[in-house]
Design a protein around this ligand. Structure first.
Ligand SMILES: NC(=O)c1ccc[n+]([C@@H]2O[C@H](COP(=O)([O-])OP(=O)(O)OC[C@H]3O[C@@H](n4cnc5c(N)ncnc54)[C@H](OP(=O)(O)O)[C@@H]3O)[C@@H](O)[C@H]2O)c1
Length: 280
């Protein structure tokens, strides 16, 4: 970094963002957090908060909430890139999702924006099982998902954060698209077995239909989130992502972390030992 301008981390309190903030802080780099709780606040639902967050920033990490799969995401990303250009931001690092049509539209908007960019296209996060929507399922001992026998190359968010920090701090990553997967294709049955081993409690996978999934999620999280996640699962858990990619190696020159190592470390850190842990 040639200047002391802060690096903006949008989604700074989320699974990815808080790890990026920690790494950048450890490197002694100035950061500006971007969340509804930060000062200035950044709120995707209040576009008037975006320009103040971008002011005086060279580089920004962009994690959209709740997911680039929602219909309004491309318009929001388009508006953000326009404001970023107006604020003389030079580079965006976009967190995207693998195999998602809408996410690819957002990538294209960033690619065509005239800004410098790095695109991080990630597969399903391992941390969904301890910091995200599937934590309660793991605690209850049954992961009920509309996933059949599909295999997914779950990626560790620690690896995503390492790639994002590399992209934010080293311009040689400009113009690159990194597809990040873990090192192993895993069925949800295999995931449940790893989680059983790591937690010392039985965890099983129960394949369910999309409609059963939607109904259960609606009761827990409301119809909007339930519809979004059900549609997203139907889109990306159809086998299209049943292949490994090598974005971690391309970006960092090392192999990604295996799911078993994630599960063991999360269990050792107490991830599933209390129901009150903050999730995102
Ligand atoms: N989960 C996966 O498997 C997966 C896979 C591939 C790609 N992705 C992508 O990852 C992104 C999510 O990243 P993540 O999982 O690291 O984030 P996250 O853990 O879901 O957290 C995002 C943060 O966004 C903030 N937030 C909530 N509502 C907001 C709003 N209206 N405006 C601004 N911020 C808001 C929250 O912070 P405050 O409460 O402090 O505001 C929260 O901490 C999504 O865009 C998704 O497409 C996810």
């Amino acid at each position: 970094m040639s200047s002391q301008n802060p690096i903006l981390v949008i989604g700074s309190t989320g699974k990815t963002g808080r790890r990026i903030v920690r790494r950048l802080t450890d490197l002694g780099l100035p950061i500006r957090e971007g969340s509804r709780r930060s000062d200035p606040p950044f709120d995707w639902d209040r576009p008037e908060t975006w320009a103040p967050a971008l002011d005086g920033v060279d580089t920004a990490f962009v994690s959209f909430f709740p997911d680039l799969a929602v219909p309004g995401a491309p318009a929001a990303i388009e508006r953000l890139t326009e404001l970023a250009k107006a604020a003389s931001v030079r580079r965006l690092v976009l967190l995207s999702g693998r195999g998602e049509r809408n996410a690819e539209r957002c990538e294209e908007i960033v690619r065509q924006s005239g800004l410098g960019f790095t695109l991080i296209r990630a597969s399903w996060f391992a941390q969904n099982f301890d910091e995200g929507v599937l934590r309660d399922a793991v605690l209850a001992g049954t992961i009920a998902m509309p996933a059949g026998d599909v295999r997914e190359p779950f990626v560790d968010v620690e690896d995503i954060a390492d790639v994002a920090v590399a992209a934010l701090t080293d311009p040689t990553h400009d113009g690159r698209l990194y597809e990040l997967t873990g090192p192993r294709l895993m069925s949800f049955t295999e995931v449940a077995a790893e989680l059983s081993k790591a937690t010392g409690r039985p965890v099983r996978y129960a394949p369910i239909s999309s409609e059963e999934f939607r109904a259960a999620l609606t009761a827990d999280a409301g119809p909007e989130f339930a519809n979004m996640l059900t549609e997203l699962c139907a889109e990306v858990l159809d086998g299209r992502n049943e292949r490994l990619d090598h974005g971690v190696r391309e970006a960092l020159g090392r192999e990604p972390r295996d799911f078993a190592d994630y599960a063991e470390a999360a269990a050792a850190a107490g991830a599933w030992s209390t129901a009150t842990r903050e999730v995102g």
